[in-house]
Design a protein around this ligand. Structure first.
Ligand SMILES: NC(=O)c1ccc[n+]([C@@H]2O[C@H](COP(=O)([O-])OP(=O)(O)OC[C@H]3O[C@@H](n4cnc5c(N)ncnc54)[C@H](OP(=O)(O)O)[C@@H]3O)[C@@H](O)[C@H]2O)c1
Length: 347
């Protein structure tokens, strides 16, 4: 790709001295930034390349070395990986060895019986497609994006092992797998010398499923890391909706976050948490992320950001990740007052 030399990206010299914390991922050799960047939203065709590009530059310049993708992030499906490929060509190729890039397959991606779920055929061909879109020779981490009860676990897991053997993925992970299947996965993978690096699950102040189900403890004891997705409950755990629904917000798009979710009860909870955050000298987003990073067994949190300003706000969470018992009890009491709509809670 032709680039204007004036517009050539050079990463900040201060990227590893600006306060980012790196945490060991389970019992592996990998250190992940406490805050990672997710590409589910804000990297598809609905966003300008320049705005996506600015967010990644800001991220990397501030020590975010981990970008989390999936085959179907967009819109349309595949578009976020295509953006990543353009970013590699244009900006990040000289920094490839400083980046930890993940992708996944498990949800619907292409039509017909082989573009969904957990078969060997789907996972291996999807990874090949992802590598082509991202202009990469290998990904650092490949995830089974979800548990598929109809495919033998051994088939899915052996596909993960074989990706590593083929040099197309350095590490493997699983996302949203139930606890029992997670235990099976850890044993199967470690017996083949491809230990599970990490489990990706939704964990935030409102959704405690990985803690309540025991998954967090299971993966920690088994030597894997845990990375929390949607740590801000898609923006609910920020100041975004305190004064209405902004036209450029995720909720205004009415797809993954619906305005019907924003009841007076939920707004009351968000306001209560916002007061507590301000008492701590933080924004609500910072408190939500600090809370998550203070949970035992959490390696990293994957935030989404539609602007560099949001990411700047979020990164300040690292300044204070400790909570008093009284603060934790208040957070629990507010979060427990009304359950979130079922779509926003892990079953
Ligand atoms: N494994 C899985 O199944 C799975 C599922 C979901 C997500 N994920 C991963 O987790 C990543 C993060 O998920 P998510 O996007 O739902 O995360 P999130 O961090 O909970 O929400 C991100 C959204 O919150 C708003 N926001 C962020 N920072 C803000 C701030 N400081 N002030 C105000 N608003 C702010 C923005 O929404 P606006 O657009 O409204 O500005 C942003 O797009 C994904 O990109 C993906 O990598 C994985």
């Amino acid at each position: 790709m032709q680039t204007d030399p004036i517009d050539q990206y050079v990463a900040a010299d201060s990227r590893y001295s600006g306060g980012m914390e790196y945490r060991r991922c389970g019992r592996s050799g990998i250190m992940l930034p406490a805050v990672s960047l997710g590409f589910w939203h804000n990297f598809g065709e609905d966003k300008s390349f320049e705005s996506s590009r600015a967010v990644t530059h800001f991220a990397f310049d501030h020590g975010i070395t981990h970008f989390d993708l999936a085959n179907n992030y967009g819109p349309p499906y595949g578009a976020a990986e295509i953006t990543m490929g353009k970013l590699m060509d244009r900006d990040f190729r000289p920094y490839r060895d400083e980046l930890f890039i993940s992708t996944k397959a498990g949800y619907d991606m292409w039509p017909g019986p082989y573009g969904d779920h957990g078969s060997r055929k789907y996972l291996l061909s999807s990874l090949d497609q992802s590598l082509k879109r991202m202009h990469l020779e290998y990904v650092d981490l490949f995830y089974s994006h979800r548990y598929d009860p109809d495919t033998p676990l051994e088939e899915t897991l052996q596909a993960l092992v074989d990706m590593v053997r083929a040099g197309k993925a350095l590490y493997v992970g699983i996302s949203r797998w139930p606890e029992e299947a997670t235990v099976t996965a850890m044993k199967y993978l470690s017996d083949r010398d491809v230990p599970l690096l990490i489990y990706q699950g939704r964990l935030n102040i409102f959704d405690r499923h990985p803690e309540k189900s025991g998954i967090l403890g299971t993966v920690r004891r088994g030597g894997a890391g845990f990375i929390g997705f949607s740590p801000l409950a898609q923006g609910l755990l920020t100041g975004r909706y305190l004064h209405g629904i902004p036209a450029d917000s995720r909720m205004a798009r009415e797809k993954f976050l619906k305005s019907s979710f924003l009841t007076e009860e939920l707004l009351g909870q968000i306001r209560g948490l916002d007061v507590l955050a301000r008492e701590r000298g933080q924004s609500l987003a910072q408190t939500a992320l600090s809370w998550l990073l203070s949970r035992e067994g959490v390696t990293s949190v994957i935030v989404g950001a539609s602007s560099t300003g949001q990411l700047e706000d979020n990164l300040k969470c690292l300044a204070n990740t400790s909570f008093t018992t009284e603060e934790l009890e208040r957070i629990d009491a507010i979060a427990g007052r009304h359950p979130l709509p079922a779509q926003l809670i892990t079953p």
